[in-house]
Design a protein around this ligand. Structure first.
Ligand code: SPV
Ligand code: MG
Length: 533
């Protein structure tokens, strides 16, 4: 099954009304079928119908009320408009008797036209109408009154495309063929774009006679609900232009659902009907899930707001996760959903706060990466526990949306001598007058390098599923070689292996925690900030 044309709908598609006019202009029959919701409209489109009939009978039945003008125009319009939004093929709306007099018709036309409806059918019944197949009262409006509604309809439309179909109920009401023809001719003269000759009874004879006597160029629409033995081709050969299968989706649904429900109760399980009901995959397809998946890949930042963060062990000489609570708060400020921490072999210097998931201790960052399960594939931020990074740089790191991205402190300027334990990085952004400017795709890390570096690694990295896989590979190699690795070492390996790493350049917003004194100074700083001194 295809994913439907609907998904291709864009601002530039041809209007439904124009398409309907084109269908009427080409040779052959136009076949449309009834629906009462967008799902039904999609089934009609996928089956290959030329258009969809927003059926008054189907919509009212689906709401559990009789088809006697109980529902208001707004309710029927909402459905018709939802059908038009769901399919590429034109939607013709059953507008009953126009919901009142000519004033109501004018308002109706404007509203249906704005909703992208291709054609409207108005019937020459008195308002409120009764469904044509209900025995008893079938009251017709005087010809002059109905012609007034048709003229009002044509005057109200804002483009010439919308088709106004005048539905003749004379045969339904038992007023005879001459009256049906007289009415049809009057409606054509009043500006109707097509006439619909409705009939009941099992024989197509009355409709065929009408078609035989119809001499005007105005096309004729037919609804073979009760005289169903005649084919659309035969109707077309007799002169009909459009055939409406008005309610067959609704009736098929009622029969199938009734049978399915009964068999579930009878069998006390659903096994017996599984082969006869649509699989969930079909439901998802009809809902447009495949397209949503494409959109997700194109438009949704891989790890924004869903990202997880892991605080990984820094070098063994560092004091451990001394600022776990503060780091966790900063990560959450960057919209990171869940924060975990892997203690190094030396353990955490403080107890983990409640909202931090404590993972089993690992000797190094490589071990921590390898211990993470596939749930981290949705997007991961890694922060070494020998740094503290504020929320804002972390937010920028996540927003970079790159497969691999790292925070790079460029505040010292290029070529500045660095501490021996810092990881110097060369970037492809340029230094100009003491400032830096990146290329169109932002700045990238060229290599881990020596004294001419542009900046230094600030202890935090972010990766997408792809980046995470690459990270796992370099961690795996480290483990195979039996060497311990910090996040900085893993970054060095990624660069050496030729992976593209985005540099998110910062000038502040992080602290190093290389000694216990660093941790106590930082703790003091935060305490001071808290109390506002
Ligand atoms: C409808 O579908 O609501 C119609 C066609 O008006 S019929 O019910 O066949 O009269
Ligand atoms: Mg109807």
């Amino acid at each position: 099954m295809t994913t439907g044309t609907t998904e291709a709908r864009g601002e530039h598609s041809t209007s439904g009304a124009r398409q309907l006019r084109e269908l009427f202009a080409r040779p052959g029959t136009v076949r449309i079928i009834g629906a009462h919701n967008p799902l039904g409209a999609r089934l009609a489109e996928r089956a290959g119908f030329d258009g969809v009939w927003s059926s008054g009978l189907e919509v009212s039945a689906s709401q559990g009320v009789p088809d006697t003008d109980i529902l208001t125009m707004s309710e029927l319009l909402a459905t018709a408009s939802s059908l038009a939004a769901a399919v590429e093929v034109p939607v013709v709306a059953d507008c009953d008797a126009g919901y009142g007099n000519a004033h109501n018709v004018m308002n109706m036309i404007r509203r249906y036209e704005a909703a992208g409806i291709a054609g409207v059918s108005i019937e020459d019944k008195r308002f409120p109408k009764v469904n044509s197949f209900i025995p008893g009262r079938q009251e017709l409006a005087p010809i002059a009154e109905f012609c007034g509604k048709l003229r009002a309809a044509k005057a109200a439309q804002s483009t010439p495309d919308l088709m106004v179909i005048a539905r003749i109920e004379a045969l339904i009401a038992g007023w005879g063929m001459d009256e049906a023809l007289r009415r049809g001719e009057a409606y054509a003269a009043a500006g109707a774009d097509a006439v619909l000759i409705h009939a009941k009874g099992s024989s197509p004879e009355p409709v065929l006679r009408f078609l035989q006597r119809w001499t005007l160029p105005t096309p004729v629409v037919v609804v073979p609900t009760t005289y169903h033995t005649i084919t659309a081709t035969e109707l077309s050969e007799a002169g009909a232009k459009m055939v409406i299968y008005a309610n067959h989706g609704l009736r098929a649904g009622i029969a199938a659902v009734t049978e399915t429900f009964a068999s579930i109760l009878r069998d006390d399980r659903t096994t017996g009907i599984e082969d006869r009901i649509a699989p969930l995959a079909t439901v998802f397809d009809l809902q447009g899930m495949p397209l949503q998946k494409q959109h997700e890949a194109a438009y949704i930042t891989p790890y924004a707001s869903r990202a997880r963060a892991v605080i990984v062990p820094g070098p063994p000489t560092a004091p451990g996760a001394g600022l776990l609570a503060e780091q966790s708060t900063a990560l959450r400020r960057a919209d990171i959903e869940s924060v975990s921490a892997t203690a190094g072999a030396h353990g955490h210097a403080q107890e983990a706060p409640q909202d931090v998931v404590v993972l089993p201790a690992q000797a190094d960052a490589a071990g921590a990466v390898l211990a993470l399960d596939d749930t981290y594939l949705a997007g991961t931020v890694l922060v070494s526990d020998d740094v503290f990074v504020e929320g804002e740089p972390l937010r920028r790191l996540v927003a970079a949306g790159a497969d691999l991205a790292v925070l790079v402190d460029v505040s010292a300027g290029p070529g500045t001598p660095r501490r021996t334990d810092a990881l110097p990085l060369a970037l492809d952004s340029e230094a100009r007058d003491g400032r830096r400017i990146g290329g169109a795709a932002g700045s990238a890390v060229l290599a881990a390098t020596g004294p001419t570096a542009d900046g230094e690694f600030a202890g935090a990295a972010a990766c997408s599923a792809e980046g995470f896989t690459a990270l796992r590979q370099v961690a795996e190699k480290r483990r195979a070689n039996g060497s311990e690795a910090t996040l900085a070492d893993l970054l060095t390996d990624l660069l050496a292996a030729g992976h593209r790493v985005r540099a998110v350049e910062i000038g502040s917003g992080w602290l190093e925690l290389r000694t216990p004194q660093d941790v106590s100074r930082a703790t003091e700083l935060f305490a001071t900030r808290e109390t506002g001194r």
